[in-house]
Design a protein around this ligand. Structure first.
Ligand code: PLP
Length: 424
């Protein structure tokens, strides 16, 4: 049987590259080439490929308990991971629900939010508010919250209606301002919506501070802070989708921490296991949980997956968090940030560059293009050029970005920028 690869149009794209093994920042192809993984294999790999601590933790756990049904059962790795996450999250986020990928983490959060109001006797509060340019995943609920795009075009009949509000995409300001003169005017769109329709709205879902697949769009911190405030004021839950931003990507453990806000629900996946195994969590406040706690079985949260709380995934995630404690991870992150700032400055006035964005370990260059957007023709030309030069960079249309694993060396990161420069 032939494999059907995600997002791939075989009629126009080259055959997939066979990877034999990974080590550190590199992937080694079956035909003997080496690729520098400048995007952490879809933003999941934090500490390099094949980190022995995570590999060994998975192997040890596999010999003990590979999996067990998670309804009515628990196990040590699930309990330990939940305690370890509690130690690095705000105390009010104290209930954790396991699932197995970023989309399901968001799907769970949206369902929890809707059922929270349902259980509280306010079923009319059932609408989700989401941002322009959002990407929350490919399952139907998460895809509904995602902005209209190539990812959703064929599925409008399936998508649930979501209330859409402006994103703080400063380079293409939705209200025609420039950053130097604006007072985050774009957020008024959301503030007015919550003020006008609080009775209908269950939750606002955001990618805090950074919209990833939408083009690595960096928001001013005040934008997120104002969203948090508006949700408080109008009795609406705030879901922070930290699937991408979690675990150091923004320079702090979580983007919400950087913005000094606490959401009502938070979604984590991708880097949770250091990039080894699919695992996700949706974490909520006690207030949310209490709406489900009842002698009435119908108030329970009827959502689960066969691999919920998989012990191997939990063991990998524990090892990932131990690496944060035992290795100088935030020093590595700071080094990446320094090089990003320095090298992006060189590109700022390049004639091919329209905008330059950066947050923590994430750096993006928006290229000038007549067909700007995910389907820009620039994308495949750039991708092929980067691969030919031994670097895995997978532009989002006309946006070239790098999200390297934290163990990348200064020389390797400079090399990524040199190759981008050559491409331009
Ligand atoms: N949420 C965000 C912010 C993401 O960036 C992604 C994936 O890129 C997802 C959710 C979906 O995660 P997954 O691909 O694991 O389903």
């Amino acid at each position: 049987m032939k494999i059907w690869h995600p997002y791939t149009q075989e009629a126009v794209e080259p055959v997939p590259i066979a990877i034999d093994r990974g080590e550190g920042a590199y992937l080694y192809t079956a035909d003997g080439r080496r690729l520098l993984d400048a995007i952490s294999s879809w933003w999941v790999n934090l500490h390099g490929h094949g980190h022995p601590l995570i590999a060994e933790a998975i192997a040890r756990q596999a010999c003990k308990l590979e999996h067990v049904i998670f309804a009515g059962f628990t196990h040590e790795p699930a309990e330990e991971l939940s305690s370890r996450l509690a130690a690095i999250l705000p105390p009010s986020l104290n209930r954790l629900f396991y699932s197995d990928n970023g989309s399901t983490a968001v799907e769970v959060a949206m369902k929890m939010a809707v059922q929270f109001w349902h259980n509280n006797g306010r079923p009319e509060k059932r609408h989700i508010v989401a941002l322009e340019h959002a990407y929350h995943g490919d399952t139907v609920g998460a895809m509904s919250a995602s902005a209209d795009s190539a990812f959703t075009a064929a599925f409008d009949a399936l998508r649930i209606p979501v209330l859409r509000v402006h994103s703080a995409y400063c380079h293409r300001c939705p209200v025609g301002k420039t950053r130097s003169s604006c007072v985050i005017d774009c957020v008024e769109n959301l503030e007015q919506l919550l003020e006008q329709r609080p009775e209908e709205i269950a939750a606002v879902v955001v990618e805090p501070l950074l919209q990833a697949a939408g083009g690595m769009i960096v928001h001013p911190i005040e934008f997120l802070q104002r969203i948090r405030r508006a949700c408080f004021e109008h009795d609406v839950l705030l879901i922070a989708d930290e699937v991408f931003t979690g675990f150091g990507r923004t320079g702090r453990m979580f983007a919400c921490e950087l913005a000094e806000i606490v959401p009502d629900l938070m979604c984590l996946s991708k880097g949770l296991t250091g990039g080894f195994l699919p695992l996700a969590v949706t974490i909520c406040s006690d207030e949310v949980y209490q709406a489900f706690y009842s002698e009435d079985r119908l108030r329970a949260f009827f959502h689960g997956h066969s691999y919920s709380g998989n012990p191997l995934g939990c063991a990998a995630a524990i090892a990932n968090l131990k690496i944060f404690e035992t290795e100088p991870v935030f020093e590595r992150i700071a080094a990446i940030e320094r090089i990003h700032s320095e090298r992006l400055a060189d590109f700022r006035n390049h004639p091919a560059i329209d905008d330059v964005r950066m947050l923590g370990t994430v750096a993006a260059l928006e290229l000038r293009a007549d067909d700007a957007g995910y389907l820009s023709n620039l994308r495949s030309r750039l991708y092929d050029f980067f691969i030919d030069h031994g670097v895995l960079l997978r532009p989002l249309g006309n946006v070239v970005y790098t999200v390297p694993p934290y163990i990348i060396s200064d020389v390797e990161l400079h090399h990524i920028y040199d190759v981008i420069g050559k491409a331009l």
